[in-house]
Design a protein around this ligand. Structure first.
Ligand code: SAH
Ligand code: SF4
Length: 422
């Protein structure tokens, strides 16, 4: 969601005739787009803001802007820690960025803008990729998982009307995009609160019929709202890729309950079984948190066990991070940092072995890759993804960026696959 916001900011700066420079030293305007899901990010942003104080001393006309969730969370507190910031605006104020910048330049406006503004301002993002594009289908979240700050900084869940989404995707198809990823904190509840009668599979069906689009992905699915009939409907849509990102968070029922996730390990396992039965060869990825307040050793081991049994293709693993204002932050029994780190490392070790094993199983297979461009690590190779969202670096015959090609997988690693185009 933040990457998508950054692409919108980029488009706005184009409209205002700003050009990009390589070094912050040369800039007349610096914009931070921030996240605040975990604590480490907050510190990084404040650290960097501190560094840029000297730039402002050298060039007093330099403007520094902070957008995104950290701006929303800290608001005027940010000004106390970094008084040299010129403009602070939350994600819901993004549509006002251009106007606010102009006012600030004239010295007309106060710097902090975190009030809710839900007026629509459609800006077409300036996308980094010419092949694959993000398309938000809903904003905000109503789930209030006890560890999570997103509902506080992104507000209540709102679905975008389907014609707006479909028009955006039709335009993308016209521009030659082959793949789109539908975005929302909980895509499965798409349609809630809209005047039209549409649900998530209904939206997917419409996207599936757009000519030119070859692959449809979506993230994130909330396990509690991924209904069995959704899986059945999705299995009939050929463009929807066989990749499901289903954050488990923890493999212990008591922890899940305290997290307010709304499912048990048993419910979750049943969901995975159904997906694997209805849509064979699906790849499944997840998010996991270790060291949630009160997590006992055996509860953490339950997570390890579930992870070993489910065998995820990929997992994003985090140490629990206290976010003030959330329910979990008030729990007395916080786990010490050292223990969280140890648990994280143990989990990563288990998952890395599984990721590697799953990727080795792909050796010798021929897969369809959407070529995204030259590989970042090795310019003699190209890179792209399988329908299952596995990253592949491969030797190509020539530059087929933006097209679907067949690649023979030669080697699987923890991070992904290496192969040769055939
Ligand atoms: N809406 C998505 C996730 C949004 S945040 C969902 O429900 O899955 C992305 C991930 O960050 C979460 O899945 C969770 O694993 C992690 N996360 C969120 N809050 C966190 C916290 N306080 N500490 C550590 N990880 C957190
Ligand atoms: Fe956060 Fe839970 Fe909403 Fe995901 S579903 S954004 S984890 S509150």
């Amino acid at each position: 969601m933040n990457l998508n916001d950054s692409e919108i900011i980029d488009a706005m700066m184009d409209r205002l005739n700003y050009i990009k420079v390589k070094n912050p030293e040369e800039a007349g305007l610096i914009i931070f787009n921030t996240c605040c899901v975990r604590e480490g990010v907050d510190e990084k942003v404040y650290g960097r803001l501190g560094d840029y104080k000297r730039l402002k001393r050298k060039n007093p006309s330099l403007l520094i802007v902070v957008c995104g969730c950290l701006a929303q969370k800290d608001g005027s507190e940010m000004l106390r820690r970094a008084p040299h910031v010129d403009l602070i605006l939350g994600p819901n104020q993004l549509g006002n960025l251009m106007d606010l910048l102009c006012s600030i330049k004239k010295g007309l406006k106060s710097p902090v803008h975190t009030e809710w503004d839900l007026s629509e301002q459609e800006i077409v993002p300036k996308r980094v990729s010419k092949v694959t594009a993000w398309v938000p289908i809903s904003y905000g979240c109503d789930n209030f998982c006890s560890f999570c700050i997103v509902p506080y900084v992104r507000g209540r869940e709102r679905s975008r009307p389907s014609d707006e989404i479909l028009n955006e995707i039709k335009n993308l198809a016209f521009e030659g995009y082959k793949e789109i990823t539908l975005l929302g904190q909980n895509v499965n509840t798409y349609g809630k609160g809209l005047k039209e009668n549409i649900d998530f599979p209904g939206l997917l069906e419409k996207v599936n019929s757009i000519e030119g689009i070859e692959r449809i992905r979506f993230t994130t699915s909330h396990p509690k709202d991924f209904r069995f009939d959704f899986i059945k409907k999705i299995s009939k849509l050929p463009k929807v890729c066989e990749w499901f990102h289903l954050p488990l968070q923890a493999g212990d029922d008591e922890i899940l309950k305290n997290m307010n996730r709304g499912y048990t390990v048993g419910d979750y396992r049943e969901l995975i079984e159904n997906i694997r039965k209805e849509i064979p060869h699906s790849t499944i990825s997840t998010d996991l948190i270790v060291g949630f307040p009160g997590e006992r050793e055996e509860q953490f081991e339950n997570t390890l066990q579930v992870v070993s049994q489910i065998e995820y293709d990929q997992a994003f693993m985090f140490k629990y991070s206290i976010r003030s204002g959330t329910k979990a932050a008030e729990i007395k029994d916080q786990i010490e940092e050292e223990k969280k780190l140890q648990r994280l490392n143990r989990l990563i070790e288990v998952q890395n072995r599984i990721s590697q094993k799953k990727n080795i199983e792909m050796e010798g297979k021929i897969v369809e890759i959407l070529v995204e461009g030259k590989s970042k690590k090795n310019p003699n190779r190209f890179s792209g993804r399988t329908r299952g969202n596995k990253l592949v670096a491969f030797e190509g015959m020539r530059d087929f960026t933006g097209q679907l090609v067949s690649v023979n997988i030669e080697k699987g690693f923890t991070w992904g696959l290496v192969g040769k185009q055939i």
